[in-house]
Design a protein around this ligand. Structure first.
Ligand SMILES: *Cc1c(COP(=O)(O)O)cnc(C)c1O
Length: 481
């Protein structure tokens, strides 16, 4: 298996080469040269693997279609080490929970629980694997890596919990001082591992991102201090997420003739892009529903064919904050496929056009209609009022508390139900991470898993710093050897 860039660079790379890289040299994103195809007999075999051996074995089967530069026994060991009951809480790892409106057996609707990992958001599903892959590959090369990133909450904590104590890896994570939820702050700052550095920046999330960009653009510094990232454009993260579309499908169906649809709360288009990959492989997915919040860049595209990046002033701070994006950083991957892998056109749209015009318009391109017809995409959006209403409705009807992002998904899913096709909504976080919105909706504190009792009172390890690139570079330099 070789990987190419969406912008047409001539290089073809293997999995472990792109594992530790971010963007391709031409600024594009990596994709496999082709999607391995799962025919009916392969699908039956995977169902068998899922049923008899479980998630880790299924993950190995899917990953090994894309990774041929790690010996099979090592890859299997990495999957087994990652997807354990101890880390993810259940034997199924991603169990389905029925979510039916009272008195309505059909259409079937399920929540796929992806948020029982160490940081209670779906990002653990990929990040935990990434931590083990990084440690493995760095040891093999005799190298080290310093991960430098910016987080508004979920990504940074997932990265820190995945990399803590790993040999060869250090994490420097910036976050906007005082702006994450108290639970998120406690989760990150209570990590006392030596290889984890929390840097709280006096500023907003955009200030943190600007600092990361400034450091990434300093190629000498980057090389000298072996700076890397774990952001959502990393192909390995996307690939790890493909696995739970298969696991969801096998749980919602009994035979391969059946189809399912997925609804995915979306921000950077990483999670739902993994669904697109699973569908391209031949997993019988009817629709992929993209659910956005008030930051509806993606919903607008799927409705109108126009993709319009938002400015800082147009990016809303919402009660589903992990979906508050101004542009969707993984979207280029899907557009490349939509344009029948036309790299020059992708380059002209994402390389030049978007930074010049702030938008692109495919509404008159005959290929745009394929987004729905050929690729199965639909979309919808949800607002703060919808979120509260959905949280109340699901609690009243099912006795389940859902987090605000998952509520966005459920709201949009309900608008697109088809009696003949089960709908699986991806649960992207547990409600305890966003307790204030749950209290607003229900007047109740969400349940707290036992291991998180009292974390707000634990000792904290965090450096508060000004939004000053030079000062932060000096800090990194002083803490690398
Ligand atoms: C990251 C995140 C999302 C958005 O996922 P993308 O892959 O960026 O589309 C949604 N919900 C929660 C809770 C998240 O942490």
């Amino acid at each position: 298996m070789r990987y190419l860039s969406t912008r047409g660079h001539a290089d073809r790379k293997q999995f472990c080469e792109i594992l530790l890289e971010g963007l391709a040299p031409d600024g594009g994103l990596y994709l496999p040269e082709s999607y391995p195809q799962i025919d009916a007999s392969a699908l039956s075999r995977l169902r068998q693997v899922w049923q008899s051996e479980g998630y880790a074995a299924l993950a190995f089967e899917v990953l090994s279609l894309y990774i041929d530069d790690i010996p099979r026994e090592d890859l299997l060991a990495l999957c087994r080490k990652t997807y354990t009951v101890e880390v993810f809480g259940t034997k199924e790892i991603v169990p389905l929970k029925p979510l039916q409106a009272a008195g309505q057996a059909q259409p079937e609707m399920f929540l796929e629980a992806l948020s029982n990992g160490p940081t209670l958001a779906f990002k653990d599903m990929a990040m935990q694997l990434l931590g083990n892959l990084f440690e493995y590959e760095l040891a093999r090369r005799g190298e080290a890596l310093n991960i430098f990133g910016a987080t508004s909450g979920d990504t940074g904590s997932a990265a820190e919990y995945a990399m803590r104590g790993k040999k060869g890896v250090r994490v420097f994570m910036t976050s906007p001082n005082g702006r994450m939820s108290p639970f998120q702050q406690a989760q990150m700052f209570s990590l006392l591992d030596e290889n984890i550095h929390n840097i709280a920046i006096d500023g907003v999330f955009d200030d943190c991102q600007d600092i990361v960009k400034a450091v990434s653009n300093d190629l000498d510094f980057k090389r000298q201090y072996k700076i890397g990232t774990v952001n959502s454009i990393n192909w390995a993260r996307l690939l790890a997420q493909v696995v739970y579309y298969f696991a969801g499908y096998f749980q919602a169906t009994t035979a391969n003739g059946q189809k399912v649809s997925f609804t995915v709360p979306s921000g950077n288009f990483g999670n739902v892009c993994a669904g697109h990959v699973a569908r391209m492989m031949g997993l019988p997915i009817e629709h992929l529903l993209v659910a956005t919040n008030e930051n509806d860049v993606l919903d607008e595209f799927f409705r109108k064919g126009v993709y319009r990046v938002r400015g800082t002033a147009d990016t809303h701070e919402t009660s589903s904050p992990s979906m508050d994006i101004s542009k969707a950083s993984n979207f280029e991957r899907f557009v490349f496929d939509l344009l029948e892998r036309d790299a020059p056109k992708t380059q002209s749209i994402f390389g030049d056009g978007l930074s010049r015009d702030g938008f692109f318009d495919l509404s008159a391109d005959p290929r745009f209609a394929k987004a729905a017809h050929t690729y199965g995409f639909q979309s919808g959006k949800s607002t703060h009022a919808d979120r509260l209403h959905t949280i109340q409705q699901v609690y009243a009807q099912n006795g389940i508390m859902v987090d605000p992002h998952t509520a966005d998904g459920i709201k949009v899913a309900k608008e697109h139900l088809n009696p003949a096709v089960p709908m699986i909504v991806l649960e992207t976080a547990l409600p305890i991470k966003f307790a204030a919105t749950l209290v607003e909706a229900l007047g109740l504190e969400p349940n707290r898993p036992a291991q998180f009792e009292g974390i707000e009172k634990l000792p904290k390890r965090v450096m508060v710093m000004k939004a000053d690139v030079a000062q932060i570079k000096a800090y990194i330099a002083a803490h690398c050897d």
